[in-house]
Design a protein around this ligand. Structure first.
Ligand code: ANZ
Length: 826
C-alpha cells in the first residue's frame, strides 16, 4: 500500500484499496469466529449455500451482500457472529460435466469451488470465516448425511415402496413431484414420463400438521409470501368424508369433500382410475373399458392428469346420496387422484369448475344448490358458480347462507353416521432415491434372505474414478467392489443399494454442520446447537421456500424430537431477496444477458457493486440492472474518499467538547445515522433505506466539513471516523482504508464498536419560535431546543424585526409558550 493512496482520486485507487483491505483482514483474522468464545451475544447469519457451478453470479452477490451487511454490523454491535460458507456440491451438473468431459465429478467440483471461492466471491469482500467451510460432497460431510438417513430409518421415518415415479428422460433420473414444473423436469425441461420403480421414501407426511402449525410462530419473521408458499406445499384442508352406498351390493364409496354445503347438488360420483373399487364395481359390460382407461391414466403425471381435457368412463353402476337418497352414476376419471383424500369425489358440476366441464363432456345434469342471492330462481349457468351464497333446493337447509349450511350439514352427517370430519394434506412423502452417481450413497444393504439393513459402517464411500460409459446409474453398479458386501454378523453375501440421495437431503441439515464443521466423531455437538440454533438471519430466494425450506423445517423438527437441537424451527428470520435481472428478464447464459460480477468489480470496485445491489430496491423486489446506477455509487464513494482525505491525521480521533451549532448538528446526524441504520438492518429489512441514509448523511456533512472553522475540525474528524464504522458494513474495503489511513487506526476497523453517540444529540437541536407583540406576529427566531425561557425571551426581544415594536414601550407582560411562541404585551 502506497502512503499516497489517500491523495489519489478514488477512481484510480479503488482496485488497490480493495486488495489492500483484504490483505489486512486476512493478516488480522478479522472474520474469525470462535464458536466457544463465551460471548453470550451470538448471531448466526447464513446465506443459502451455493451450488459450485464454477461461476458466481449476481444472485450470489445479492444474497451474500445482504448476509455480509448483517454479519459485519452485528460484529460491530458486539455479537460473536457465525457467518460461514459451504458448498452444496452434489448434483446433476457435476455428473453431466463429468460424463461429457470424462473427468471424475469430484475433481470438476473441487476446481469449481476453487474458482468461485478464490477468484470470484473473495473479491466481493464477504466476511466468511472459512475455517468452518463445508462441502456436502466430501466423505467427511456425507458420512453424516448417511447417519441422518439411518437415524430417520431407526425412527420409522424411512420406508421402501414401489411407486410410480416421475422419470426425466433427458437427465435419466427420478424427480420429486415438486421438481416437475408444468409437466417438465425442473432442470432439463424435458417432458416427464411415468415409470414404476422401487424407491426409498421419507415419511415427511407424519410431520405435516406440525409443519403447518409451526408456520404461526414464523409470522412477522418470514414474509407473508414465504409462509403462503409453505402453506401451499403442505396444503392442509379441512373437510368431511361421506359414504355413498353402492346400489346392489354392500360396498360404499367414501368421497372426500371440503364442500358439504353442495351435497344436494351431487349428480355423479367419480373414482380415481387406481381406486381399488374401480374394477371391482365395474359392470361386466364396462370392465374392459375401465381396465383400459385405468392403465392408460396411471402412466400419466399428476400435473398432466389435472390439467388435461376431462375424460372418463362410466362403471355401469350407481350409488346413493346418503343425505338425499338420490341415485347417481359412478365414473372413473383421471382428474381424481389416487393419492389424495379418499381417491373418490362427489361431482357437483354447478359449483366446481372441473366437475362442470366433466359434466358437460359426459352429458351429466348440472344442479344448482347455491345462488348468489336468496329467494330468486336460478338462471342457466355458463360456468361453475364457486362463491358462497344462499342455499337453494337443499331440503331443510334451503335459504341458509352456504357457510352456515356447511357446518350444519357436516354436523348432521356426523351425527347420523353418514360420514366423519377429516383433515387432508397435499404434502406427499419425500421420495429421496436418485438413480445417479454424484450423490450421497444410500447407506443400506440387501440380502435375498434377510431383506434390508443399515450399512454397518459409515461412510459408504462413493467409488472414485467412475466409469460413465454405460450411463449414470450403471456407474455405481459397475464400480469394482462397491456392490458386493456381506451381511453383518453372518458374513453371507449381500448387496449395497446403488441409489444415491436427493441433494435436498444434503441441504436439509447443513446449518448444523457449520457448528462443528471439522468434527470427525459427531455431526455436531449438542452444546453448539443449543448455543447457536436457530439461525438468526437466513438469506435466500423465495424459489427455495417450497422444497428446501420444507425439508429443512422437517429435519429440524425431527432433530428437535430426538433432542439434538433446541427449537423445532431452524430459522428465526428468513430474508427472501428478489432476483437481479437485466432488461427485465432473468440473467442467463443462454440468453446472453449476464453481468459478470468480477468484470463489474474490475470496472467499478466491489464496494460500488455492494452499495448498488443494496440501494433503491427493497429486499424482496427484483433489481433491474443498470450501469448508471453503479456509476453513481462509485461517485458517491469518491465523495466520501475526498471528504475524509481533508480530515486525515495520524492518531485516532477522540471526542472533543461540542460547542458550536455546527458541531452539534454533525453529532446529531451521526447519532441518527447510527440508530436508524442499525434498526433498518436488524429490524426492518430496509437495506435500501440504510444506503439512502448514508447518502443523506454525506449530503449533510459535506457542507459542515467544508464550512467548518479550524476549531471545529476535530469534531468533524471524529464524526467522519465514526461514520466509517457505519459505512464498513456496506463498503468494507473503503471503510478499512479510511480507518487506517485517514483516522489513524492501528488495526482493522472491524474490531471497533458501532457508534453510540449521546442520544441527547438526537433531540432536534433548534426550534422556531413565533414572536408576537400585542398578539401580532412580528418575527420568528431559531434557537437551541434546550434553551430556557429567559434565553428565548432575551433573544426574541433582540430580534431585528421585533425590536422596533418594543422600543420606547413599557413591557407589561410576557406570555411564553414553550417550543411555540413569545408574546410581548406592551
Ligand atoms: C365436492 C365439491 C363441490 C368440491 C364443490 C369442491 C367444490 P382441497 O381443498 O384441495 O382439499 N377432491 C377430493 N379428493 C380429490 C382427489 N383425490 N382428486 C381430485 N380432487 C379431489 O380440495 C378438496 C376438493 O377437491 C373436494 O371437495 C373434492 O371436490 C376435490 F363445489 O367435493 B369437492
Amino acid at each position: 500500500m502506497s502512503d499516497s493512496v489517500l491523495s489519489q482520486p478514488y477512481r484510480s485507487a479503488f482496485a488497490e484499496i480493495e486488495e489492500t483491505a483484504r490483505s489486512h483482514w486476512a493478516a488480522e483474522n478479522v472474520d474469525r469466529c470462535d464458536l466457544d468464545s463465551g460471548n453470550p451475544k451470538r448471531r448466526y447469519v447464513l446465506g443459502m449455500f451455493p451450488y459450485p457451478s464454477g461461476n458466481a453470479h449476481m444472485g450470489h452477490v445479492r444474497v451474500y451482500t445482504i448476509s455480509d451487511v448483517i454479519a459485519r454490523l452485528s460484529r460491530l454491535r458486539g455479537y460473536n457472529v457465525l457467518h460461514p460458507l459451504g458448498w452444496d456440491a452434489f448434483g446433476l451438473p457435476a455428473e453431466n460435466a463429468a460424463i461429457q468431459n470424462n473427468v471424475d465429478p469430484a475433481l470438476w467440483t473441487a476446481e469449481n469451488i476453487r474458482k468461485m471461492k478464490d477468484e470470484q466471491l473473495n473479491r466481493v469482500g464477504f466476511s466468511f470465516d472459512l475455517t468452518h467451510e463445508i462441502n456436502s460432497a466430501s466423505p467427511e460431510y456425507y458420512k453424516w448425511t448417511q447417519w441422518l438417513f439411518q437415524e430417520l430409518y431407526d425412527h420409522d421415518l424411512v420406508y421402501r415402496a414401489e411407486g410410480w415415479v416421475n422419470w426425466d428422460p433427458v437427465d435419466e433420473t427420478v424427480l420429486a413431484n415438486e421438481q416437475v414444473i408444468d409437466g417438465r423436469g425442473w432442470r432439463s425441461g424435458a417432458v416427464i414420463e411415468r415409470r414404476l420403480l422401487p424407491q426409498w421414501y421419507i415419511r415427511i407426511t407424519k410431520y405435516a400438521q406440525a409443519l403447518w402449525d409451526g408456520l404461526e410462530s414464523l409470522r412477522g419473521h418470514w414474509s407473508d409470501e414465504a409462509i403462503a408458499v409453505q402453506k401451499g406445499w403442505i396444503g392442509r384442508s379441512e373437510g368431511v368424508e361421506i359414504d355413498f352406498p353402492v346400489e346392489g351390493g354392500d360396498a360404499a364409496i367414501t368421497v372426500y369433500t371440503t364442500r358439504a354445503d353442495t351435497l344436494f347438488g351431487v349428480t355423479s360420483v367419480t373414482l380415481a382410475p387406481e381406486h381399488p373399487l374401480a374394477l371391482e364395481l365395474a359392470s361386466p359390460e364396462q370392465k374392459d373399458a375401465v381396465a383400459n382407461y385405468a392403465e392408460w391414466a396411471s402412466g400419466r403425471g399428476e400435473v398432466e392428469r389435472e390439467s388435461a381435457e376431462r375424460t372418463g368412463v362410466a362403471l355401469g353402476r350407481s350409488c346413493r346420496n346418503p343425505l338425499t337418497g338420490e341415485i347417481v352414476p359412478i365414473y372413473v376419471s383421471e382428474y381424481v387422484l389416487g393419492g389424495y383424500g379418499s381417491g373418490a369425489i362427489m361431482n357437483v358440476p354447478a359449483h366446481d369448475a372441473r366437475d362442470f366441464s366433466f359434466a358437460v363432456s359426459e352429458g351429466l345434469p348440472i344442479k344448482q344448490v347455491i345462488l348468489p342471492k336468496a329467494g330468486v330462481e336460478p338462471a342457466e349457468l355458463p360456468e361453475a358458480y364457486t362463491d358462497p351464497g344462499f342455499m337453494h333446493d337443499s331440503g331443510p337447509f334451503t335459504g341458509l347462507r352456504s357457510e352456515e349450511a356447511k357446518q350444519k350439514i357436516i354436523d348432521y352427517v356426523a351425527e347420523q353416521g353418514l360420514g366423519r370430519r377429516k383433515v387432508n394434506f397435499r404434502l406427499r412423502d419425500w421420495l429421496i432415491s436418485r438413480q445417479r452417481f454424484w450423490g450421497a450413497p444410500i447407506p443400506m444393504i440387501h440380502s435375498e434372505e434377510h431383506g434390508w439393513a443399515k450399512a454397518p459402517e459409515l461412510p459408504v464411500l462413493l467409488p472414485s474414478n467412475p466409469d460413465f460409459s454405460k450411463g449414470s446409474g450403471a456407474a455405481m453398479a459397475s464400480a469394482p467392489g462397491f456392490v458386493e458386501t456381506t451381511w453383518p454378523g453372518t458374513g453371507e453375501p449381500a448387496r449395497r443399494e446403488t441409489d444415491t440421495m436427493d441433494t435436498f437431503m444434503c441441504s436439509s441439515w447443513y446449518a448444523w454442520r457449520f457448528l462443528d464443521a471439522k468434527n470427525a466423531n459427531a455431526p455436531w455437538t449438542k452444546e453448539h446447537a443449543d448455543e447457536w440454533m436457530p439461525i438468526d438471519y437466513y438469506v435466500g430466494g423465495l424459489e427455495h421456500a417450497s422444497q428446501h425450506l420444507i425439508y429443512f423445517r422437517f429435519i429440524s423438527r425431527f432433530l428437535h424430537d430426538i433432542g439434538r437441537t433446541p427449537e423445532p424451527e431452524p430459522v428465526r428470520n428468513f430474508l427472501d431477496n428478489g432476483m437481479v435481472r437485466l432488461g427485465g428478464s432473468k440473467m442467463s447464459k443462454s440468453k446472453g444477458n449476464v453481468v459478470v460480477p468480477t468484470e463489474t468489480i474490475d470496472r467499478y470496485g466491489a464496494d460500488a457493486l455492494r452499495l448498488y445491489i443494496l440501494a433503491d430496491t427493497p429486499l424482496r423486489r427484483d433489481i433491474d440492472w443498470n450501469d448508471s446506477g453503479i456509476e453513481g455509487k462509485q461517485r458517491f464513494l469518491a465523495q466520501i474518499w475526498d471528504l475524509c482525505g481533508k480530515l486525515a491525521g495520524d492518531t485516532p480521533p477522540t471526542l472533543p467538547e461540542i460547542v458550536t451549532g455546527r458541531e452539534r448538528k454533525a453529532m446529531g446526524e451521526l447519532a441518527r445515522l447510527a440508530l436508524e441504520v442499525a434498526a433498518d438492518i436488524e429490524e426492518r429489512r430496509g437495506f435500501h433505506n440504510a444506503v439512502a441514509r448514508l447518502h443523506g448523511f454525506i449530503g449533510e456533512l459535506r457542507p459542515l466539513v467544508n464550512e467548518a472553522e479550524a476549531g471545529e475540525l476535530p469534531v468533524m474528524r471524529y464524526v467522519m471516523a465514526e461514520f466509517a464504522k457505519v459505512l464498513g458494513s456496506f463498503a468494507p474495503h473503503m471503510a478499512e482504508l479510511l480507518w487506517r489511513n485517514a483516522f489513524g487506526g492501528a488495526r482493522s476497523i472491524f474490531f471497533e464498536s458501532w457508534p453510540e453517540p449521546d442520544p441527547a444529540f438526537l433531540v432536534k437541536d433548534e426550534i422556531t419560535y413565533s414572536i408576537q407583540v400585542n398578539g401580532k406576529l412580528r418575527g420568528t427566531i431559531d434557537i437551541a431546543a434546550d434553551a430556557g425561557e429567559a434565553d428565548v425571551v432575551a433573544t426574541a426581544r433582540a430580534e431585528d424585526k421585533v425590536a422596533p415594536y418594543l422600543e420606547g414601550k413599557t413591557e407589561r407582560r410576557v406570555i411564553f409558550v414553550p417550543k411555540r411562541l413569545v408574546n410581548f404585551v406592551v
